[in-house]
Design a protein around this ligand. Structure first.
Ligand code: NI
Length: 137
């Protein structure tokens, strides 16, 4: 059977502040700039989750993309949407919520829950110009 990759895009809005707790205010300002402003700021994130699997000859699908949507919605979007990533999300505790760190944690939320398909990548757009991608390495 041919292997095909399937991507679902989802959206969430969230606030965060970038800071390293081990730094003082001046160091945080030097490393993270305005992203370390004490009261935080927000982004409209786009999340792209890509899976790979064999095309099921009876359905013509790798997987039902609605199932992928529901899974990512339940495990990820529900927790992140309209949240403060520094304080509201248990599975981000202790993490400086850069796009890189959030993408890695999202991977671990989803991986292992995809029957019949393999998680290939988590792509997180923090702005229209900034994209990070994690592929489980
Ligand atoms: Ni930011």
């Amino acid at each position: 059977m041919p292997k095909v990759r399937v991507t679902r895009r989802l959206h969430f809005a969230a606030a965060h502040r970038l800071c390293n707790a081990a730094f003082d205010d001046a160091q945080n300002r030097a490393v993270f700039g305005a992203c370390s402003n004490p009261n935080g700021h927000g982004h409209n994130y786009q999340l792209e989750v890509t899976v790979e699997g064999e095309v099921d000859p009876t359905t013509g699908f790798v997987l039902d993309v609605k199932r992928l949507r529901d899974l990512v919605s339940d495990l990820v979007i529900q927790d992140l949407d309209h949240a403060n990533l520094n304080v509201d999300v248990g599975w981000l505790d202790g993490v400086n919520p850069t796009a890189e760190n959030v993408a890695v944690r999202i991977w671990h939320r989803i991986d292992g829950h995809l029957e019949g398909a393999r998680l290939v990548s988590v792509r997180l757009w923090e702005t229209e110009r900034n994209l990070v991608e994690y592929r489980g390495e």
